[in-house]
Design a protein around this ligand. Structure first.
Ligand code: NAD
Length: 246
């Protein structure tokens, strides 16, 4: 029976690179997306070409009913859920605190934090050995911003990633007794489309990094795939920086 890895926000960027890397490692891949069904279907077709099962699943991770329905659709496809990558995330236009709105904070929190919680809960219910599951692994995508706070550009986004770090450490300890390893990665500045939403130039940010270049989505995917794999069997509640030395 096949084993699925579900990747939220999987149709592009770090999520799509992770889908390809995990398919190469032998997993079947469930690609969550919100709007871009064309990209999600094209990615699924390329994973089929690698000999893997691939399923596209539309859902807003911030919506409880849509998340529940997404996991039920994956159940119906058959095969166990072995991995979850909470990759879906949003940023917001760069600005200082005095100009931000509460609506912006609520959307950031709902997608980045509540979305991660909802998906962790649904996955844990299926993976838990205490509930008859076979265990599994969860990887949460945070950011190096969680540590340095992103003063003057998006302290709110950074704070949502700080919440993900704390959640990852706590859930790592809570769920390991049920056979579920929870870990996270903290990317640095990676060449994806997310930067268009902040209005910041990632190339100039990259010049401040010790490594002096942007990261590639594939370099984050490699770390995620390792954390999902049995090679990371003793790694629990850890945050792995993949950030060019930042
Ligand atoms: P991206 O914008 O290409 O990917 C984000 C994905 O999340 C998109 O597919 C988007 O459609 C999806 N998404 C957004 N809201 C969603 C929702 N409500 N429900 C479901 N999916 C939703 O950017 P990326 O850089 O690949 O980002 C992936 C993750 O990496 C994010 O969590 C981001 O915060 C994190 N990250 C990125 C960088 C970077 O420099 N690119 C740095 C640190 C952390």
């Amino acid at each position: 029976m096949s084993a699925w890895v579900l990747i939220t926000g999987g149709s592009r960027g770090i999520g799509a690179a992770t889908a390809r890397r995990c398919a190469a490692a032998g997993w079947d891949i469930a690609i969550n997306y919100t709007q871009d069904s064309v990209a999600a279907e094209a990615l699924a077709a390329s994973l089929h070409g690698m000999g893997r099962r691939a399923q596209t699943l539309q859902a807003d991770v911030a919506d409880e009913a849509q998340v529940a329905a997404m996991f039920e659709r994956l159940d119906a496809a058959g095969g166990r859920l072995a991995g979850l990558v909470n990759n879906a995330g949003i940023v917001a236009p760069a600005m200082r605190l005095q100009d931000m709105t509460p609506d912006r904070w609520r959307r950031l929190l709902n997608v980045n934090v509540v979305g991660t919680l909802l998906c962790c809960q649904q996955a844990a219910r299926r993976m838990s050995t205490a509930r008859g599951g076979a265990g599994g692994a969860i990887v949460n995508v945070s950011s190096r911003a969680a540590e340095y706070g992103s003063a003057g550009i998006y302290v709110d986004y950074a704070a949502t990633k700080g919440a993900i770090d704390t959640l990852t450490r706590g859930l790592g300890r809570e769920l390991i007794a049920e056979g579920i390893r929870v870990n996270g990665v903290r990317p640095g500045v990676i060449e994806t489309d997310i930067h268009a939403d902040s209005g910041l130039d990632p190339h100039s940010a990259a010049t401040t990094l010790p490594i002096q270049r942007l990261g590639r989505p594939e370099e984050i995917a490699e770390a995620i795939a390792w954390l999902l794999s049995d090679a990371a069997s003793y790694t629990v509640g850890a945050m792995l920086d993949v950030a060019g030395g930042r």
